[in-house]
Design a protein around this ligand. Structure first.
Ligand code: ZN
Length: 370
């Protein structure tokens, strides 16, 4: 829910992740703010009535529960053929980025799947404890001890489910609300309503947090607010681009590099143009894409006289000019900042996040430059 001001809000690009793991075939990435939260929790748990290992297990179990919650979204999405690009773990939970927007009925089930996973984990643990006759009084849960560890994990899952079911964007409850609204209203309106609910909730939560001097609550409210704003911008971006071909928004006036060019040539082009990504050609065939970051890395590691062919990315993302623009936005954020538009094997344009932002801006002013 990182988010540069105004223009780039339209694009669901989540920078700032530090590590990634794979769960059930889905990439789960940790946002750096999540690591900060882990450190905070470990430090906050020290000196309570529990041992350090129990504290570590508790935190790891809650982290695992949030991850499984997200995997729940991803797997139900897959059931509806809505592919999950990745899961990013933030302090207030994970965000599953889907490749395209699901239909209302699908969105309902995809959103409900996450909290249902937490309810299932809690129910399983409570039943197991009950079975063993080890269920302790619930009032004791606020005082962490080693004895009530499993019960606290179960309780934590219930809190996760309840929090996520709040009927406000960007929480799952907000998605459920939107899917219900979208049955009778245009999607853009449904999204705006659900997002506004999220922002009202965030403001209320933030004010309460300030009055009660509960700064964790203020922190959560801040993320909810940003999330709601970003979700609605992303959804509006999807709506503004749906049914528009990639061709309408692509850059057609661009420069390319030859495979025999050096990093110095590329750097000169970077300075001379406003372009940041350069297709690398061999005759009229594209063989790679050299982005600004890779160029600078090559400059530092191999020097200006090395060849661009050694530094370029050979697994660039390509799209067809007739493809729906709305479907390529997530691909673009996955690829970094540029995808190549290719008709058969011929390069016809570049689709960059910069240009897409301009396109959306013009669209918003009712000026479709198609
Ligand atoms: Zn969720």
């Amino acid at each position: 829910m990182e988010h540069p001001p105004e223009r780039k809000q339209n694009i669901t690009f989540i920078p700032g992740s530090i590590a990634s793991i794979r769960l059930f075939g889905v990439t789960v990435r940790l946002h750096f703010t999540f690591a900060l939260l882990l450190v905070f929790l470990v430090v906050a748990g020290i000196g309570e009535g529990q041992s350090a290992p129990a504290n570590a297990i508790y935190i790891a179990a809650l982290f695992g529960s949030v991850a499984l919650h997200e995997v729940g979204h991803a797997l139900v999405g897959r059931h509806f053929s809505v592919r999950a690009l990745e899961i990013v773990m933030f302090p207030i939970g994970g965000v599953t980025r889907l490749e395209q927007s699901p239909k209302p009925r699908e969105e309902f089930w995809i959103a409900a799947a996450g909290p249902l996973v937490n309810i299932a984990i809690a129910a399983g643990l409570f039943l197991a404890l009950l079975w063993r006759g080890a269920l302790l009084p619930v009032q004791g849960l606020l005082r962490p001890t080693d004895a009530n560890l499993l019960e606290r994990i179960a309780g934590g899952n219930l809190v996760l489910a309840a929090f996520n079911l709040l009927p406000a964007f960007p929480m799952d409850g907000g998605r459920i609300l939107r899917s219900a609204l979208a049955l009778r209203r245009p999607p853009e309106q449904a999204t705006r309503l659900a997002a506004r609910a999220g922002q009202f909730l965030a403001i209320g939560l933030g004010l309460y947090g300030l009055l009660a001097a509960n700064f964790l609550l203020v922190f959560i409210a801040f993320f909810v607010y940003l999330g709601a704003a970003q979700e609605s911008a992303a959804a509006v971006g999807q709506i503004l681009t749906k049914g528009t071909p990639v061709r309408a928004a692509m850059v057609t006036d661009f420069r390319t590099l030859s495979h025999a060019d050096t990093v110095r040539d590329a750097a000169n082009l970077l300075l001379a143009t406003s372009q940041q990504d350069f297709p690398v050609m061999h005759a009229d065939q594209v063989i790679g894409l050299l982005g600004r970051a890779a160029l600078l890395r090559a400059m530092a590691s191999s020097g200006p006289e090395s060849y661009v062919a050694g530094a370029m990315n050979r697994d660039f993302v390509r799209v067809s000019p007739d493809q729906d623009l709305a479907a390529t936005i997530p691909l673009l954020s996955q690829a970094g900042s540029c995808v190549l538009v290719m008709e058969d094997d011929r390069l016809v344009g570049l689709l960059t996040s910069e240009n897409l932002s301009e396109f959306l801006l013009l669209r918003r002013f009712g000026m479709p430059p198609a």
